[in-house]
Design a binder for this molecule. Sequence first.
Ligand code: ZN
Length: 462
Amino acid sequence: MDKNVTMEKIVSLCKRRGFIFPSSEIYGGFSAIYDFGPYGAELENNIKKEWWKNMVQLRDDIVGLDSAIFMHPKVWEASGHVAGFSDPLTECRKCHSRLRVDHLLKDVGIAADEKMSDEEINKIFLKNKDKIKCTNCGAKDFTEARKFNLLVKSNLGNFTEDWTKDPVYLRGETCQGIYVNYKNVLDSSRVKIPFGIAQIGKAFRNEITARQFIFRTREFEQMEMQYFTSPDEEMKEYEKLKKYRWDYYVKSLGIRKENLSWKKHDNLVFYAKEAYDIEYNYPFGFKELEGVHARGNYDLSQHSKYSGQDFTYVDQLKGKKYVPHIIESSAGVGRTLLAVICDVYTEEEVNGEKRAVLKFKNNLAPIKAAVFPLLKNKTELVAKAKEIYDNFKIKFMCEFDDNGNIGKRYRRQDEIGTPFCLTVDFDSLQNNDITVRDRDTMKQERVKIDELEDYLKKKLGE
Ligand SMILES: [Zn+2]
C-alpha cells in the first residue's frame, strides 16, 4: 500500500468521484448501508466478473447458482442461525450508543469467544469494567450485555398483525442457498464429487456496530463457493482451494502479496476441520477479506436432519457411500472492492503538483479509455473524437470528455483509474493519428487511428 493511504482519503475520493455514496444521503444517510455510484458499480461488476470467471468459467468442476434471498424459515433453524447467530450487545448509559462487547473487550486486549453465553460474557465484562470506555463518549457506564441475533426479520408472505412471532428472514449468508440446492444440482447436471457450486448475491445482517466504511455493512454482497468432497479427500482439496484463492487475489486482481496474509482460526467451531482467512492490510490494519474453511459434513447433515431428506452420495468410483464434506471459499464484494482501491491508490508528485491515481489492473478499471478532443469549440476535433468514441464504446467502457483543459481531464481520469486517455488534436486531422497517454507512466505516444483498436486490445489484455 502507498504510505499516503488513509481511510479519510479513500472515503473522500470514493464520494467525490462517484464510487461510493452513503445510502439515502439526502435524508441524513442510513446507518451501515452504502450505495455504489457510477464508477463503483463498474468496479463492482468487474470484480464479480473476474470472480465468476475464476470460479465457474475456468473450472470444469464448479457450476453456478442464483438462489433467492428468501428461503423457508427452517433453513435458518437447521443452519443454527436462529439459535446461535448473535453478538453480545451493551448500551452506554450516558450517550446511548450500542456497542459490541467483544469489540470493547478486544480494544483492551481481551479475546471474547463467539461461543460464550450471556452469563460468561457478562462475567468478563464486569471484571474489566474499569478499563472499558465507551468508544463514542468515553464514559464507563454500561448496561448488562445480552446476545442480539443478527438475522434480519421480515413479514414477507405473512399478513397477520403479529408477524414477529413467525418471521421469515432475509438470508444472513448466501451459502445456505447452495446447501439446499445440492441435490437439485447433482440430479440435474453432470457433476460428480468432487464438485462445487458458486454464487454471488446479497446477504443481510443486523450488525450492531458498523465500522470502517464499507468493511462491515448491514446489507452486503457475497461471493461464495461450496465444494463437495469425499471425507478422505477433504483436506487435500482444501489445500488446493487455499492456493487457488490466494493466486486469484495476486494474479487476477493484482493485489500486492505483501498486503495479503493468511490467518489461522484458533477457536474452531466444533464441526470444522480447519479454517483460515485471507487478510488484507487495510489502512485500519490486517482484516478478513475471505474465509477458506473446511467444514466437515455438518451443513448437509443438519439439512438432512431438519428436512428428512437423505444426502448420502453413492461414490461409484470409490465404491463408498457418504454424506459429502464441504470446503468453502467465502468473500465479500465490498471488502474486495475496498481492498483493491486501497491497494491501487497512489499519490505522486508531477512537476511540483500532487496527483492521486488509482492504478487498477486493466481488467478492473471502471473505464478502459477516455477520448478527448483537444479543444471543445473546434467542431472538426469534436467530430473526430466522437467518431472514435462511438467505435470503441461498443467494445468496452469508454468515456467522452471535452470539459476543461487537458490537464484537468487527465487528473479526473487518473482519479477514477482509466488506463488510457486518447486525445484528438490538429495533427490528428492531417496524419490520422492520435495521442495515447498511459495512466501510470504518463508517457504519450502517437498511434495511427487504424491501428488503435489492435493497440488497445493488446494493452488492455496484458
Ligand atoms: Zn457513550
